[in-house]
Design a protein around this ligand. Structure first.
Ligand SMILES: NC(=O)c1ccc[n+]([C@@H]2O[C@H](COP(=O)([O-])OP(=O)(O)OC[C@H]3O[C@@H](n4cnc5c(N)ncnc54)[C@H](O)[C@@H]3O)[C@@H](O)[C@H]2O)c1
Length: 253
């Protein structure tokens, strides 16, 4: 098992990619703190992992609050005694052209996709530094490289993660590795929601698939496998990298 006895905190763990990353990490032996806002879904993910013999604890909270992230790290220390891995997967689209976007939507999107990554990593890094080892996987997006209609807050926040990742990888090596994993279009509720920003919401997914060299949407499992690689010792000489997992769609940009 690639994560035997490793302790990981995963945000956005109640749905989509974060949920799949949780199942994958649990199967590989990791003990998990599952972060999310929806108690019913969080408890269901926790139950499924425990039924399969894994260790998981759901902690409810909105990650746009600094205190929530502080509590996540503290609960992890109280429960498992350490923190080895952070996965920042929670994300928000915050759709709308710049001049039509509510200021509140802009701020919430930046808070979820960018500031929350700062909150959690700034809490987790000192623990890892003291321990002498740690790995952080941040879920970015191809939107960090490529624009989409009416996605200004999303693209800005995901673009900023590229530089944040490189900066903290530079500052916190050699003990801690920090990598950005950039999915393309992956079949989750968030992708379905993104179709609203397009003039052709009913056909955009089919059109998207035609633009993907590998001719299919990504599956949460595709991202979970890459997250496992980056989090594990298999990636022990990789830090500050931007791994794109997109079926080749950026080849079209
Ligand atoms: N689906 C895609 O096509 C795609 C593509 C590129 C990048 N991404 C990124 O992948 C990550 C996971 O997205 P997904 O597709 O699994 O989306 P999703 O909407 O299925 O899951 C995102 C999770 O984050 C949680 N979340 C959002 N705001 C939160 C907050 N303030 N506090 C706590 N939890 C919060 C949601 O409740 C949800 O459980 C996101 O960062 C997203 O930007 C997704």
């Amino acid at each position: 098992m690639k994560l035997q006895n490793k302790v990981a905190i995963i945000t956005g763990a109640t749905r989509g990619m974060g949920e799949e990353i949780a199942y994958t990490f649990a199967r590989e032996g990791a003990k998990l703190i599952l972060s999310g806002r929806n108690e019913e879904r969080g408890n269901a993910v926790q139950k499924k992992i425990r039924e399969q013999g894994g260790n998981a604890l759901f902690v409810k909270g909105d990650i746009t609050s600094y205190e929530t992230n502080q509590a996540l790290v503290q609960t992890c220390l109280d429960t498992y005694g350490t923190v080895d891995i952070l996965v920042c997967s929670a994300g928000l689209l915050g759709l709308g052209k710049l001049t039509e976007l509510l200021q509140e939507t802009w701020e919430k999107t930046i808070a979820t996709n960018l500031s929350a990554v700062y909150y959690l990593t700034s809490q987790g890094i000192p623990v890892m530094k003291k321990k002498g080892k740690g790995s952080i996987v941040i879920i970015g997006s191809i939107a960090g490289y490529k624009t989409f209609p009416a996605h200004p807050a999303y693209c800005a926040s995901k673009g900023a993660l590229i530089q944040l990742t490189k900066q903290i990888a530079l500052d916190y090596g050699p003990e801690i590795r920090i990598n950005l994993l950039n999915p393309g279009q992956v079949d989750t509720p968030l992708l379905q929601e993104s179709t609203k920003a397009f003039p052709n919401p009913d056909t955009i997914i089919e059109e998207t698939i035609q633009n993907i060299p590998l001719k299919r949407l990504g599956l949460p499992e595709d991202i979970a496998k890459a997250a496992l690689f980056l989090a594990s010792d298999d990636a022990s000489w990789i830090t500050g990298s931007n791994l794109v997992v997109d079926g080749g769609v950026l080849c079209n940009s």
